[in-house]
Ligand binder design. Structure first.
Ligand SMILES: *Cc1c(COP(=O)(O)O)cnc(C)c1O
Length: 375
């Protein structure tokens, strides 16, 4: 068995003729940058997300950076984010000379612990960046309430959760990334909607802000060679847009395939001592960018990983070193402690999950885990 964390080749093979045709069309008409395909894909994604403006850019990290640039912050302003996330979320904050302010995550859902946000707010706080980690939405309703109370912007890092849906207590439902002022996402190949290179986008809730994000991504210009604000160069290229436009049609199918695989794991793993399977938050659907277990601290995680690896089963740790302990970010830190994140960095383990995984592969993975635990 040749088990992969993600099977991009298997997924491609199923849509090969469609994808190849669309790529070939871009090559024939040679509008590689800002071509009609980029606009078409952005419009289709906008429709998928319920009508919000979609501003394409070069990658998910740029999307976060451009979003923060558009909010006209001042160096030293504070941005609240979960400490258990990918480095990109913190990196863009530091890069813009803003101050990252970390908050621990919820012990069951691994997204920002909303109960701890208010105590981190100061006069300098301007933005909250919730991260929809592993494919499940952060608890957006209380986050939006806090943001309204303190007049803060909300930027949703949706790189891992495109296609997930959040429900408010009054029953209204919104796609992940469309609730705050700006949502950002990544089309990195292994993300749930991935292209064949780098790509990203912003989802923006008001037209003025959307225009601004668009300008920033294009050297601060609205009219070619007229630069009204300082921007950067961050474009989604037409070939990537062509791939994404095909894959967008299958995104709901891809989400269901991941959800079905997660249900299979849930059932196979449910009675194993020392393994906690992902908990579902009743206010959000989960699109399982990752299927992440929490292991009891008595289980030797690296021995388990080695055991699996020797039997051709890959596994990953997202993330082994928490941000407040990363050399680049230690100085930004107030020496607060983040016990949940620290525990997660020692106990999480992500198993292979993707659109092509088979029941046989999952059974093999789980029986191998059981074998290890019995030793
Ligand atoms: C992947 C990812 C990003 C960055 O996206 P890139 O396209 O790789 O720049 C940002 N935040 C999170 C949570 C991610 O998983």
């Amino acid at each position: 068995m040749n088990i992969k964390m993600v099977d991009l080749k298997g997924q491609y093979n199923k849509i090969k003729s469609e994808v190849d045709t669309e790529i070939q069309k871009v090559i024939e008409n040679t509008s590689f940058i800002n071509g009609p395909k980029v606009k078409e894909f952005s419009e289709n994604l906008s429709q998928y997300l319920g009508g919000i403006s979609v501003v394409p850019c070069a990658n998910g990290t740029d999307a976060l950076q451009i979003a923060l640039m558009a909010l006209e912050l001042t160096p030293g302003d504070e941005v609240i984010l979960p400490v258990h996330t990918y480095v990109a979320t913190a990196e863009v904050i530091a890069l813009l000379k803003l101050k990252p302010v970390f908050v621990d995550v919820h012990p069951d859902f691994f997204t920002i612990d909303v109960r701890q946000i208010e105590s981190k707010i100061t006069k300098k706080t301007k933005v909250i960046i919730p991260v929809h980690l592993y494919g499940q939405c952060a608890d957006m309703e209380p986050i939006m309430n806090i943001a309204n109370k303190y007049n803060l912007f909300v930027v949703e890092d949706t790189a891992q959760a495109i296609g997930a849906e959040y429900s408010f207590s009054d029953g209204r439902k919104f796609m992940a990334g469309t609730i705050g002022d700006i949502g950002t996402t990544s089309f990195f190949p292994s993300k749930n909607l991935g292209c064949f290179g780098d790509g990203g986008a912003m989802f923006v809730n008001n037209n003025k802000l959307a225009n601004k994000c668009n300008m920033i991504a294009n050297h601060g210009q609205r009219i070619k060679y007229h630069h009204d604000i300082v921007g950067c160069n961050s474009r989604l290229d037409s070939i990537q847009a062509a791939v994404l436009d095909v894959k967008l049609k299958y995104l709901n199918q891809y989400c269901s395939a991941r959800q079905n695989a997660a249900t299979v794991y849930d059932n196979l793993l449910k009675d194993i001592d020392g393994i906690i399977t992902p908990k579902l938050f009743n206010i959000s659907s989960h699109v399982y960018h990752q299927y992440t277990l929490m292991l009891d601290e008595s289980i030797n995680r690296s021995a388990l990983q080695d055991y699996l690896k020797d039997r051709n089963i890959p596994s990953m740790i997202y993330y082994p070193v928490p941000l407040h302990k990363q050399v680049a970010y230690i100085q930004a830190e107030n020496q607060d402690s983040y016990p949940v994140t620290e525990k997660l960095s020692k106990t999480v383990l992500s198993l292979p999950i993707h659109t092509e995984i088979t029941l046989k592969e999952q059974e093999y993975i789980v029986s191998t885990i059981k074998e290890f635990l019995k030793m």
